[in-house]
Design a protein around this ligand. Structure first.
Ligand code: NDP
Ligand code: 8X3
Length: 251
């Protein structure tokens, strides 16, 4: 059955790949992001292929705008079946004692508070309808810290706790709650982390075949289409030559 899928951060990387894969799956999409131009380009691409798409331009840190735009959706788009909480970022790789407080605040506000805002806005309707799936994009960084990962890892550990907490809180409903935890995925992630230093970003993926956004999107579509009695609680997805946050075998 066709689902209504809302994806945050759908303008790049994993979020964009999810938009394309859910569209290929025949679902209708509410795509959100900060760049109206990018959203409009993606909307055109997917609509030309026959998908039904709505776009909402907002920053997930802006709680009021998120609420205003979601409630302004046409009525027939209000019943969201799948929420993919994907928008997020890492900024910096400095030791904690040298970290940048503004970068920390941006990560916490986006990765934790933005995800909570979207959850709080969308999940009550799912509970009322006794139908829905929340897919949070966590990370293996939430399972173990690595050098310089400090606050980013903490935000993803928070995503794990928030996801597990929600799963408990809706256990008496038909809702399902999933934490997808990728390792190295080659997207714009490292360019953002290193503030546009593309050479440094490229080194993150050197000597190893990293995951792609499509690899993660395939798993997202799979978990969203599992039989209704099957709740895939967590999935760790690694490149074949990555064994953990710290063990990466490069050629
Ligand atoms: P990208 O940088 O390619 O995409 C991130 C997306 O999030 C962009 O669309 C970006 O929009 C959006 N975004 C960032 N901040 C905000 C905000 N405040 N409001 C709305 N949208 C925002 O990186 P990825 O695709 O790799 O990252 C997606 C998710 O996957 C993140 O949560 C990340 O932590 C997680 N992840 C990534 C891994 C990796 O190795 N790449 C591994 C594990 C998890 P804009 O272009 O406007 O900034
Ligand atoms: C992104 C993966 O290991 O670079 O969450 O932090 S990692």
């Amino acid at each position: 059955m066709k689902k209504t899928v809302l994806i945050t951060g759908a303008t790049s990387g994993i979020g964009l790949a999810c938009a394309r894969k859910f569209a290929q799956n025949g679902d209708r999409l509410i795509l959100t992001g900060r760049s109206g131009q990018k959203l409009s380009d993606i909307c055109k691409e997917l609509s030309d292929e026959g998908a039904e798409v709505q776009t909402l331009t907002f920053d997930v840190r802006d709680r009021e705008e998120a609420k205003r735009l979601l409630s302004g959706l046409p009525k027939e788009w209000h019943d969201i079946d799948v929420l993919v909480n994907n928008a997020g970022l890492a900024l910096g790789l400095e030791p904690e004692q040298d970290g940048n407080l503004d970068d920390w605040e941006t990560m916490i506000d986006t990765n934790i508070k933005g995800l909570l805002t979207m959850t709080r806005l969308v999940v009550p309707g799912m509970v009322k309808r006794d139908r829905g799936h929340i897919i949070n994009i966590g990370s293996i960084a939430g399972d173990a810290a690595y050098a310089g990962g400090n606050v980013y890892c903490a935000t993803k550990a928070a995503v794990k706790a928030i996801t597990d907490g929600l799963r408990i809180d809706v256990a008496d409903t038909a809702l399902r709650v999933t934490n997808l935890k990728p390792g190295l995925v080659e997207t714009n992630f490292s360019n953002v982390r290193f503030h546009g230093d593309t050479d440094r970003a490229a080194k993150v993926y050197q000597g190893i075949k990293p995951l792609t956004g499509d690899d993660i999107a395939d798993v997202a579509v799979y978990v969203a289409n599992a039989p209704e009695h099957v709740q895939i609680a967590e999935v760790t997805i690694l490149a074949t030559h990555q064994a953990s946050v710290n063990v990466i075998k490069r050629k």
